[in-house]
Design a binder for this molecule. Sequence first.
Ligand SMILES: Nc1ncnc2c1ncn2[C@@H]1O[C@H](COP(=O)(O)OP(=O)(O)O)[C@@H](O)[C@H]1O
Ligand SMILES: [Mg+2]
Length: 175
Amino acid sequence: MATLTLDNQSYTILASGHFCQTIVWSEDLIAKVFYNEVDAQWEFDALIECNTINNLLPQAVELIQIEDAYLLIMERLDSIENFTDIPLEDREEMLEEFEEAVKELHLEGVAHGDIMRPYGVDDYWANIFITTEGIRLVDIGMVYYYDEDDPLQFKERRKKDMLDISEFANYFLFE
Ligand SMILES: Nc1ncnc2c1ncn2[C@@H]1O[C@H](COP(=O)(O)OP(=O)(O)O)[C@@H](O)[C@H]1O
Ligand SMILES: [Mg+2]
């Protein structure tokens, strides 16, 4: 398994993105590794904001620096193996709750902005976790906040979130 070494400690890499990696921090926690403090702080603040609204996003723990890396420590989410085993009725309920949670963020002026990832062939839903506790979301880096000077922009982002969810519904309910 690929590892990342920081301060002579070796960590298992869970995922490698374009700009950052996700590593196993402890049994229940992961760390998203940034090499840019501003981006790390941006995402940490957004997680904290989301955490005050509901539990759709992982619980933020802390932001620490090790060498030149900034580690955003957060709750680790786990996807279930095979969602097609879940009865369709239950899936519909999960989807409804997911949609409600996203709308709750919208009502508080937060649009996720990256529910369906724009690239990758079969990796569109890498930011969505289908867990035993319901559908959860990661990756708040593209967050957009309501801005009273530009309400249209927020409306667009909100609309995109809802469109992404209807795309996801096609996958989640009819796969
Ligand atoms: N809280 C988490 N629990 C478990 N896995 C996670 C968590 N956050 C991120 N990941 C994994 O790391 C990947 C990349 O993290 P993400 O925040 O989406 O970064 P990127 O900006 O590179 O897409 C995710 O697609 C997911 O597989
Ligand atoms: Mg992502």
